[in-house]
Design a protein around this ligand. Structure first.
Ligand code: CP
Length: 332
């Protein structure tokens, strides 16, 4: 595996999940695989889970790890090709990425969207620049539009908590928040649920429709109560508007998830990627209740990252990345 940026980069999804679960059972089975290989983790935005789970995953595989909060510790990056750099930016991303590629065998990059310019964000401008110029395998640690390591952990968590023969009903519900957040986790979860062929419903207030590129195969239900009927898993997440890009739109009913609302579900298990705004997105009683899977989900981030890194350092087969075909962006 050369790039891990979307579910479409995975040839064998069941195989990857199997690999992650086998890592969970035996974390150090491949502790020599990454010997003398270096993972560089580059953050343009904050992180707790992604940073530490990916770092630990690499250590379990015997890799060396370097971490840089490039937004705070690096030179101010210029992203525009052909820019006359006589302003505040000090180093062009093409130079920075090329240099990082000299030091690392695999690079992880976190680059959130601006939420100002939809075209720029949804073209994955920053991620692509790193991928084009570093020349080594790249794993997305959450990009402008997707969070594939999170989604792999989410899918592992659902699979391990579902024993029935029928497909589980999975509901992604929009939740309130005090600030505008990216659509990446919701886009990504939707993309993965559709790929995994779940019975999948998305519910949100008017104006919060996600980009259709990621929701093909999902059922849409604008009424949260109707959506929750019979749910086996409920994924709670806020996102800002895609249509009125990056905006928080007025919402006329209470979308915070409570135990009362969950009574109509099939004793649903609860997921959230964290960090979470308690008693804003969902109540303490839900988060701390017996049906909450949030800690298991966060724990599974480790096995998701370890399975992906293992595939990358094995590098058994070359792959054509979804985002890259020469210089052309084909995903959007
Ligand atoms: N869920 C998640 O990606 O958490 P962090 O932002 O802390 O990495």
């Amino acid at each position: 595996m050369k790039y891990y940026t979307t579910v479409n980069d995975i040839k064998d999804l069941d195989g990857l999940i199997h690999e992650a679960i086998s890592m969970k059972k035996n974390p150090f089975a491949f502790s020599d695989l990454g010997k003398n290989k270096t993972l560089g983790l580059i953050f343009l935005n904050p992180s707790l889970r992604t940073r530490l789970s990916t770092q630990k995953a690499a250590i379990n595989l015997g890799m060396n790890v370097m971490v840089m909060n490039i937004d705070k510790e690096g030179w101010a990056l210029e992203m525009e090709d052909g820019a006359v750099m006589n302003g505040s930016s000090v180093e062009h991303v093409k130079d920075a990425a090329a240099v990082l590629g000299q030091y690392c065998d695999v690079i992880g990059i976190r680059c959130f969207p601006s939420l100002q310019n939809r075209k720029d964000d949804y073209s994955e401008k920053v991620l692509l620049k790193f991928m084009q110029h570093c020349k080594v395998p790249v794993v997305s640690l959450e990009s402008a539009t997707l969070h594939p390591l999170q989604s792999l952990a989410d899918l592992i968590t659902i699979k391990q908590n579902w024993k029935e023969k029928r497909k589980p009903k999975v509901v992604l519900t929009w939740a309130p928040h005090i600030k505008a957040l990216p659509q990446a986790v919701a886009n990504s979860f939707s993309e993965w649920m559709c790929q995994a062929d779940m019975d999948f419903t998305i519910t949100h207030p008017a104006g919060y429709e996600l980009c259709e590129d990621f929701t093909k195969g999902a059922k849409m239900e604008m009424n949260q109560s109707k959506a929750l009927v019979g749910a086996d898993f409920v994924y709670v997440k806020n996102w800002s508007s895609y249509r009125d890009y990056g905006k928080m739109l007025p919402v006329d009913s209470d979308w915070m998830l409570t135990n009362e609302k969950l009574k109509i579900t099939n004793n649903a298990k609860i997921l959230h990627c964290l960090p979470v705004r308690r008693n804003v997105e969902l109540s303490d009683e839900v988060l701390d209740g017996n049906n909450s899977l949030v800690l298991e989900q966060a724990s599974n981030r480790l096995w998701a990252a370890q399975a992906v890194l293992k595939k990358m350092i094995e590098n058994k087969s070359e792959q054509l990345n979804t985002f890259l075909k020469g210089e052309e962006i084909i995903h959007y």
